[in-house]
Design a protein around this ligand. Structure first.
Ligand code: CMC
Length: 434
């Protein structure tokens, strides 16, 4: 970041002295006003619930222009990465290292990740402690956090090699854990990873093969899963990534931090939206019920939202949604599901919402989750696992952001302040006086 020649001046109507603050420029995107001296100089905090106007860090990983509908990983447009940028592990390498790998680097990276796909045999006992109907996100919060107790050899966050090893372990083991969560829920035996398969093909193998029959991966479906992973790999300082950074700012180990990120992602306003979007479609049930549903969405007292629509940053369109929509068509065609009633319902709902004044005036467009649920369902992934797939994809983004934070000399423990509106100091009355 560079200093701008322009400075910001904060003045007060009560005649208190004005405060001049530096402005910094990034490589692209909005400039920031450095308010770090504000409290020391004025005794005041800024007030910004939801971080609508706050940059909490500087980062060189992912850039989003919400008005243009642009998403760049390390400068590369998501459209190019998804279409001709190679597979998900190339995107992982890019996010972690800043550059796309050459052929040798890719070979070495794939071999390293592949080497770490198995989890400690003891991990299966963690799974057995859960009810079979436990939500996979609760299983993942627990088991990913538990990884820290198996890898004491890589927990020194001040050692760059330890950070690297933890990053690789997390990326490599997430598919294994997500597939184990699924297998446990349906009462099938856990399937060990197969290191001769690609990252996404191996995940499908661990999900869908059984000891009774060989499982043949379908290239179109593997590519679709790979695209889901690429599109969800990072999204700058969203709620779960900020959670990972905040947890990590105290020096917590990376497994604990990623478990915190998974907990945040679970919420329906964030990663839980793909599951919520599909449940919503199932609840609407048929095209005839759409007008009644839309009326409920518009009624502020109903608390009903059109899940899979709207985004805090994208106010034009979500570029991931466009790519996911394409994949959706490809997968349904491959599986002969073009006439799938849920898909038809989704398309009808999308059309009506895109033409409706309520959604148009609020710039509410379908987001990636509107389509990713339909694709995942077609791949055979159960609804409850959708957010787990999102967590699997986002692990690389979380860990890349965590690594960036740890090596940032400006990093401090995150400690927001507050505007206190409770009772001023008072004395505790005796119980008979209350
Ligand atoms: N359905 C109906 N109305 C909506 C929706 C929606 N999905 N989203 C926003 N609005 C309305 C909202 O009620 C408000 O109306 P008004 O101005 O009349 O009060 C207006 O649009 C602005 O909304 P907001 O709540 O200020 O927007 P936000 O930036 O705080 O919220 C959001 C963004 C994603 C939380 C929200 O759009 C939402 O809840 N969408 C549904 C959940 C969803 O699909 N989330 C996935 C996001 S993409 C995946 C990810 O990155 O995690």
């Amino acid at each position: 970041m560079t200093n701008s020649e322009t400075k910001a001046t904060l003045s007060f109507s009560d005649g208190s002295p004005a405060l001049e603050m530096p402005i910094y420029k990034g490589s692209i995107g909005p400039d920031v006003i450095d308010i770090r001296k504000l409290y020391g100089s004025t005794g005041m905090f800024t007030y910004d619930p939801g971080f609508m106007s706050t940059a909490a860090c500087n980062s060189s990983i992912t850039y989003i222009d919400g008005d243009k509908g642009e998403l760049l990983y390390r400068g590369y447009p998501i459209e190019q990465l998804a279409v001709n940028g190679g597979d998900f592990l190339e995107t992982c390498y890019l996010l972690l290292n800043g550059e796309l790998p050459n052929a040798d680097q890719k070979k070495e990276f794939v071999a390293t990740v592949t080497n770490h796909t198995m989890v400690h045999e003891q991990m299966q006992f963690f799974f057995r402690g859960f009810r079979r109907d436990a939500h996979p996100m609760s299983v993942l919060v627990g088991t990913v956090g538990a990884l820290a107790s198996f890898y004491h050899d890589s927990l020194d966050i001040n050692d760059p090699h330890h950070r690297e090893v933890s990053a690789i372990r997390l990326i490599a083991k997430m598919p294994t854990l997500v597939a184990m969560a699924y297998k446990y829920s349906i009462g099938q035996p856990f399937v060990y990873p197969r290191n001769d398969l690609s990252y996404s093909a191996n995940f499908m193998h661990m999900m869908f093969s059984t000891p009774c029959e060989p499982y043949k991966t379908n290239e179109v479906l593997v590519r679709a899963l790979d695209r889901i992973l690429i599109l969800h790999a990072d999204h700058e300082q969203n709620a779960s990534t900020s959670t990972v950074r905040l947890a990590g700012s105290s020096g917590a180990n990376p497994f604990a931090c990623i478990a915190a990120g998974i907990a945040c992602l679970w919420g329906p306003a964030h990663g839980g939206a793909n599951e919520a979007a599909l449940s919503m479609l199932e609840e609407i049930g048929s095209v005839d019920n759409i007008p009644e549903f839309i009326a409920q969405v518009k009624d502020k007292n109903s608390g009903v939202k059109l899940m899979g629509f709207g985004h805090r940053v994208y106010k034009n369109y979500d570029p991931r949604a466009k790519l996911m929509r394409e994949t959706c068509y490809e997968v349904l065609q491959e599986l002969g599901l073009q006439d799938d009633p849920l898909f038809k319902l989704a398309m009808a709902l999308e059309k009506i919402a895109l033409e409706d004044e309520y959604f148009v005036s609020r710039k509410l467009y379908p987001n990636v989750d509107f389509y990713s649920g339909i694709v995942q369902r077609a791949l055979g992934i159960p609804t409850a696992l959708f957010t787990g797939i999102f967590a699997l994809a986002r692990t690389v983004g979380w860990i890349a952001q965590w690594k960036e934070m740890i090596s940032d000399p400006e990093q401090k423990i995150g400690r927001p302040r507050q505007l206190f509106v409770g009772s001023p100091k008072r004395d505790v009355p005796a119980i008979d006086k209350r």
